[in-house]
Design a protein around this ligand. Structure first.
Ligand SMILES: [Mg+2]
Length: 405
């Protein structure tokens, strides 16, 4: 059985602001998107503000109605990113399996660390105390044998607390809780479940799996399993930010090719390799380039700035565009190359993290489904190498199950 921790920084943005301005500890305060605009959104609040019933995300307008003397503070994203990294460095002292789940949450698999650092509870306690002592920030920790239960555990007691859900006690601790406390049970899913009489996690666990699948599809199976303590999803490894600034791949043909359809196909194959490598290293690229060499090996390159991505669809679209702008019809080509540069870590976009926090769980679920398809294809590629043709795989996927609806 695995030992997994879910560590969640409490009132993270608000706590960081209070480090800089301790006087904010004694007043109701909240960090908000745009304090000057009444339709700005509350991103985080301190404990005092919480007592007024202020929640995240709600509008500044409605928060001020509840508490007119609420002190509003602008967010300082660089600071949050800085502390997030420092805290994750502490996690990484205990295991190399640290998976960031947003800017203020991480999963840790400490199964292999028990011999060195003590029981999962002891590890959670050490981590919690070290963060408090070093950075004056508190976390709540869920300790369990699956990711989804660890995540649920960290919600049960906060701030500055540890909740253990082990195999022998998890049922009595979670079965009476409302079903929407489960990971990926958003508003829509909750409504559907409530409609068929499922209100608590216990109701879901004891229901008929096929009935749930009938109403909710694949997600139904997933949450049914979560409620029953079944969740094999692994905690990913934390990858150091590499110094690597670009990757490129090219091929030399045995003879000249002057047919643009064939050349595009070959470019797409390489692009799928690039996308695969980026995802494997957990990078995103902001520049895409192509290089063409003719039979005299005279080379010419073109590049283009794009929004950070490691998605094949986006990279492919831009590669094809560059090629069509650049290639002179009928020219003899001996070598082609695709490059991706301006790289940064997949998790480094604090803005996206913040939006993820605000978006409801249904949206995370959607992203997750898209990610699942891509991950599945990556696994196939790992197994079968270049035999997997991303371009047609994605086309087929799009025809059968549109990813974006
Ligand atoms: Mg948090």
């Amino acid at each position: 059985m695995r030992s997994i921790l879910h560590c969640d920084l409490n009132n993270f943005f608000a706590s960081v602001e209070m480090l800089k301005r301790p006087e904010l500890r004694n007043v109701p305060m909240a960090v908000s998107g745009d304090p000057n605009k009444r339709h700005g959104i509350i991103l985080a609040k301190n404990q005092i503000a919480k007592k007024y019933g202020i929640y995240t995300p709600e509008t500044v307008y409605s928060a001020l109605k509840k508490c007119p003397k609420l002190v509003l503070v602008k967010p300082h994203y660089e600071e949050y990113v800085k502390y997030s990294k420092l805290v994750n460095e502490i996690y990484r002292k205990y295991t190399d399996r640290v998976e960031k789940f947003g800017i203020d949450e991480s999963f840790l698999d400490v199964t292999e660390s028990i011999n060195i650092f003590g029981s999962p509870y002891e590890i959670a306690y050490k981590i919690k105390e070290e963060i408090k002592q070093k950075y004056s920030l508190t976390i709540s920790v869920g300790v369990s044998f699956t990711k989804s239960l660890a995540k649920l555990g960290s919600d049960l007691k906060k701030p500055d607390a540890i909740t253990v859900l082990d195999y022998d006690n998890y049922k009595e601790k979670i079965y009476d809780l409302p079903v929407e406390m489960l990971l990926y049970v958003g508003k829509n899913t909750q409504t559907k479940l409530n409609k068929i009489g499922i209100k608590t996690i216990g109701d879901l666990a004891n229901s008929n799996k096929y009935r749930i699948v009938k109403h909710l599809g694949k997600l139904g199976e997933q949450i049914y399993n979560y409620a029953n303590g079944i969740d094999n999803e692994e905690v990913k490894f934390y990858y150091e930010k590499s110094e690597r600034k670009s990757i490129s791949k090219g091929i030399t043909f045995e003879s000249d090719i002057n047919d643009s359809v064939t050349l595009e196909k070959e470019l797409l194959k390489i692009t799928s390799n690039i996308a695969f490598s980026l995802r494997k290293m957990r990078f995103k690229a902001s520049v895409i380039s192509i290089t063409l060499k003719d039979n005299m090996f005279i080379s010419s390159s073109r590049q283009k700035k794009i929004d950070y991505t490691n998605s094949f669809d986006v990279l492919a679209k831009n590669v094809v565009e560059l090629f069509r702008e650049h290639y002179t019809l009928g020219a003899n080509i001996r070598y082609i190359c695709v490059g991706a540069s301006g790289l940064r870590g997949e998790d480094d976009n604090e803005q996206i993290d913040i939006f993820n926090m605000l978006e409801n769980k249904e949206n995370i679920k959607k992203d997750k489904r898209k990610k699942e398809v891509v991950d599945a294809m990556d696994k196939l590629k790992e197994k079968f190498g270049d035999k997997i043709d991303y371009a047609s795989a994605i086309e087929i996927k799009n025809k059968n199950t549109p990813l974006d609806n």
